[in-house]
Design a protein around this ligand. Structure first.
Ligand code: ZN
Length: 106
């Protein structure tokens, strides 16, 4: 997926890319959906390439933009070590997650 550099600059949240912006016509509120760029992640315990667990959405409130309330929908990436199924470290399930984007101060 290619990201829009201009959208990323406009929103200005470090470490994540804008993938959608929606405006609520009733109150003008903006909902900005962001995610981190895809990358390989290794298990911090055994070094095996981790398996993606998908992207659960976390909602954050950001400072208003041009007087409009802003909500951030962060598609947080999570991983699991495949070794936990292969008895490399049994009964230890863990995830490695993105660092949350830091909303702008109000
Ligand atoms: Zn592991």
């Amino acid at each position: 997926m290619s990201y829009c550099h201009r959208c990323d600059v406009l929103v200005g949240l470090d470490g994540v890319h804008v993938i959608a912006v929606e405006r609520d016509d009733a109150n003008g509120a903006l909902t900005v959906t962001v995610e981190s760029a895809p990358r390989l992640e290794g298990c911090p315990r055994c070094g095996v390439v981790a398996v993606s667990l998908g992207r659960p959405v976390v909602e954050l409130i950001d400072a208003p933009m041009a007087g409009r309330p802003v909500r951030i929908r962060w598609r947080k990436r999570s991983w699991r070590c495949p070794g936990s199924r292969l008895v490399l470290h049994p009964k230890v399930l863990f995830t490695v997650t993105d660092t949350a984007p830091v909303p702008h101060p109000p």
